[in-house]
Design a protein. Structure first.
Length: 225
């Protein structure tokens, strides 16, 4: 991978000049994590900022009984680990690689100097944090007020809005999750998630082909929320 070329396509650094990107490369290092590797755990010291080059990670919290709740799934050009760098607190969640994942890592002191020199970065990070907070509020609303079919419907709509591909009147979603992971995103069991997806398919709302979901009736799916 040409790291400099990749960084030019990252929204966080899109305003950087070539010279500034070169300086960024000097303070950055690359690392690859295998599938299922724990990148950091809740309670760890926050010493590094992470930018995803390839692969996917899940941000999770776990109960004492070992049950897992997925807070979010992050993709290439997205970042994580910034909260502990900004507030000096311990990591608030655990991050795990969903597949082989390559990241760019910036050490805390270098990251803070970067923010000081480029205040526009702080504004972009705040914007991302604001969007994540809004998403977290929606997750809380989903968990508190929706029944299981409504939770699955809202999850599919959210994924469609974020990563769906519109083809005529239908929306194609690449489902890069197991049924268990889908359920963990909304606090529903794997069995219930599978049953609801099947019922939506039987009702003609969507069709499932291997790891793809085709939403055929968006309005009816929204009505199920």
């Amino acid at each position: 991978m040409e790291v400099k070329k990749f960084l030019k396509n990252v929204p966080l650094f899109e305003d950087f000049s070539d010279e500034e990107l070169e300086k960024l490369l000097v303070i950055s290092k690359e690392k690859t994590y295998p599938k299922d590797a724990v990148i950091f755990q809740k309670g760890d010291l926050g010493n590094f900022f992470f930018l995803i080059c390839s692969g996917r990670v899940k941000v999770i919290i776990e109960t004492e009984e070992g049950k897992e709740g997925i807070l979010s799934i992050l993709y290439p050009t997205e970042f994580f680990g910034e909260m502990s760098l900004l507030d000096g607190e311990l990591r608030s969640a655990t991050v795990v690689a969903l597949e082989e994942t390559r990241v760019i890592i910036i050490e805390r002191n270098d990251f803070l100097i970067l923010l000081y020199k480029h205040p526009e970065l702080a504004l972009k990070i705040l914007k991302t944090l604001s969007l994540r907070l809004r998403k977290a509020n929606r997750q809380i609303e989903t968990l508190m007020f929706l029944d299981a079919p409504g939770k699955v419907a809202r999850l599919l709509i959210d994924i469609a809005q974020e990563r769906g591909k519109k083809i005529n009147n239908e929306i194609l979603i690449d489902l890069e999750f197991t049924r268990q992971e889908l359920g963990n995103l909304i606090g529903v069991s794997r069995e219930t998630t599978t049953r609801i997806l099947k019922s939506f398919e039987e009702d003609g709302i969507l069709s499932i082909e291997r790891n793809q979901v085709i939403i055929k009736d968006v309005w009816e799916l929204k009505r199920r929320i």
